[in-house]
Design a protein around this ligand. Structure first.
Ligand code: GLU
Length: 389
């Protein structure tokens, strides 16, 4: 069988591949400290689990509307109004199989051959591949550690051409953990307003913030920015619901309708009883989120402290998400060599920065327990000292 050319153009997801490798090594009895996938180690909060169990008992086990249960779309609309000052109704929302499918449906619904999609690097591994699968052209705009890995309004302006279809804006960022300040979001929004480009704002880490960092939704900046912005988000990271597969897309009705049409011919509705868990996530008090963020904050402080004493590693202080994105350039190794050796020699799993468009960095997710983090840091330190000597 000759495979489709589009498959040749995309790489396998390195985040998923390394996570699978680390899990397989653990299953073989190897003591691996994994900092690979961005998957909270916490159990899904009880009230969410109970809501899904009740839904099962009530027979919520059948097909539902492809766009998602009306109650969930209403809960998402209320959340977007309450937390993000974004005015949407249920008709503006598509419930998707995780945040990943919301982005994928959006790309398929909007990108045509020759369309350009601007993606600041470092970027989440799947953005460029999704653009390619939709037959568009990713336009990668590199950013630097010195600029906090943030794209400037000038850089955005310069990347825009008549072929620009979409700009992918992700804050807090996976993989860098950087958060654009409200003023920085406003400055980027100004370019959006002046040029009329479309933006997809990936806000899946919006609740995971440290040191008083603030999240401002691009669409909340002005009526013009609101009109040109589509929000992609989900429940996985905030509520430790990675396996539930519930995300959403919110935006103008014609775009949501188009994405829903695609979903209607691919996966149909998201697992019905999972959606009832998601309703509970948004309709209960948010203490569980606060507790998880406090735990992440403790781990973040610990790791940053450890990094300070390690040779060959420089890490900007991330103020969101649960990733560290240290530069390892000083070791003289590529990110692939670094991560391969780290796994072989010290049984520590991290994701090579090349997967995110930055070969002199590695990504370490600290959504893992403190014991793993402590042992992992000790091993990373041994590794770096061995290289340096
Ligand atoms: N988004 C998470 C990560 O970056 C999960 C894996 C994936 O879907 O890429 O690690």
């Amino acid at each position: 069988m000759k495979l489709a050319a589009r498959v040749e153009q995309v790489s396998p997801s390195m985040t998923l591949a390394i996570d699978a490798k680390a899990k397989a090594m653990k299953a073989d009895g190897i003591d691996v400290c994994s900092f690979s996938a961005g998957e909270p180690d916490f159990d899904t909060p009880k009230h969410i689990v109970e809501a899904a169990k009740t839904a099962l008992d009530q027979g919520k086990t059948r097909y539902g509307p492809a766009a998602g249960e009306l109650k969930l779309r209403e809960a998402i609309a209320q959340k977007l109004q309450r937390d993000n000052s974004l005015c949407y109704g249920p008709e503006n929302i598509l419930v998707t199989n995780g945040g990943k499918q919301s982005l994928f449906n959006l790309m398929l619904a909007t990108i045509e051959p020759g369309d350009e999609v601007i993606i600041p690097a470092p970027y989440w591994v799947s953005y460029p591949e999704m653009v390619k699968l939709a037959e568009g052209t990713p336009i990668i705009v590199p950013t630097t550690l010195e600029s906090g890995f943030k794209i400037s309004p000038d850089q955005l302006q310069q990347a825009i051409t008549p072929k620009t279809k979409l700009f992918v804006f992700n804050s807090p960022s996976n993989p860098t953990g950087m958060v654009y300040t409200p003023d920085e979001v406003r400055a980027i929004a100004k370019v959006v307003e002046e040029t009329g480009i479309w933006v997809v704002a990936d806000e899946i880490y919006e609740k995971i913030l440290y040191d008083g960092a603030e999240h401002l939704s691009m669409g909340a900046v002005s009526p013009e920015a609101y009109e040109r912005t589509i929000v992609s988000s989900g429940f996985a990271k905030t509520y430790a619901m990675t396996g539930w597969r519930v995300g959403f897309l919110a935006g103008p009705v014609p775009i949501i309708k188009a994405a829903t049409k695609i979903q209607g011919h691919s996966t149909s509705n998201v697992c019905t009883f999972s959606q009832y868990g998601a309703i509970a996530a948004y309709s209960h008090p948010q203490d569980c989120v606060q507790e998880m963020v406090e735990a992440f904050a403790e781990r973040r402080a610990f790791i940053l402290n450890c990094f300070d004493a390690m040779p060959g590693i420089t890490c900007p202080k991330p103020n969101g998400a649960f990733y560290m994105f240290p530069s390892i350039g000083a070791t003289g190794l590529t990110s692939l060599e670094f991560c391969d050796r780290l796994l072989d020699e010290q049984q520590v799993a991290a994701v090579p920065g090349i997967a995110f468009g930055a070969d002199d960095c590695i990504r370490m997710s600290y959504a893992t327990d403190m014991d793993t983090i402590q042992r992992g840091m000790e091993r990373l330190s041994n590794f770096l000292h061995a290289i340096a000597s």
